[in-house]
Design a protein around this ligand. Structure first.
Ligand SMILES: Nc1ncnc2c1ncn2[C@@H]1O[C@H](COP(=O)(O)OP(=O)(O)O)[C@@H](O)[C@H]1O
Ligand SMILES: [Mg+2]
Length: 207
């Protein structure tokens, strides 16, 4: 898939910015009501500062990560920043994304988030949408489906992951202070991760 990486980041950023209020509202219920505000601030700065003409996907992803680390704050800033930095390392110097690259990026992203946040699947975090998404992506690719169909499967799995976060108690991050009272609300970070993956799917569908 050859395309301008800036345009993909733009689709992601716009989707996050459009859903800012909903993400903040989720965080109001189980956190401190800033997730959408934090993420929208970060992507607004990303879209303003990125070099739109850079075709080195790795470089653009790394730049995105650096800006998010600087501007998002909270728990999610360093975690999303790490995710982009790890994906950027996989894509260093590349101008196209293959199915193998997509798998390698997701694998590196999960490793980075786990290391940084010391969380595992099932703790009501962004990992609960990203890990099932990765597994569905791999299953699709390994069964020979084309990449666009695999991205569909990836998003369905991420969406199911978000639903699953409603049923579990948070054991990491601010929501963990609520204990059992965190049950019933979907995790804000799992939701912003779903939106990120959906934006990538929608971007890829138009190529
Ligand atoms: N240790 C962690 N590992 C992975 N994700 C985490 C962790 N801690 C928090 N999160 C994610 O961050 C989201 C909250 O982000 P945000 O509201 O921006 O930060 P804060 O909790 O500092 O206000 C949570 O919904 C969760 O998905
Ligand atoms: Mg918060």
């Amino acid at each position: 898939m050859a395309a301008k990486i800036y345009e993909c980041i733009e689709v992601i950023g716009n989707k996050i910015i459009e859903n800012k209020d909903f993400l903040t509202d989720l965080d109001r219920q189980i956190g401190d009501a800033d997730h959408g505000i934090n993420m929208a601030r970060g992507y607004t700065e990303v879209l303003k500062t990125l070099n739109q003409d850079n075709t080195d996907i790795g470089a653009v992803l790394k730049d995105t990560g650096k800006v998010l680390i600087k501007t998002v704050g909270g728990a999610s800033g360093p975690l999303y920043g790490t995710a982009y930095m790890k994906a950027g390392k996989v894509m260093s110097g590349k101008t196209e994304v293959t199915a193998d690259d997509a798998k390698a990026m997701m694998d590196a992203i999960i490793g980075g988030i786990k290391l940084r946040g010391k969380a595992e699947q099932g703790e009501k975090t962004m990992l609960d949408s990203i890990i099932p998404a990765y597994e569905a992506l791999c299953a699709g690719i390994d069964s020979g489906k084309d990449l666009k169909a695999c991205l569909e499967d990836m998003c369905s799995a991420a969406s199911a992951g978000v639903e699953y976060t409603k049923t579990i108690r948070a054991t990491k991050g601010r929501a963990s202070y609520l204990g059992d009272r965190s049950i019933g609300v979907q995790d804000p970070g799992a939701t912003s991760s779903l939106y990120t993956l959906e934006a990538i799917r929608d971007f890829a569908a138009k190529l």
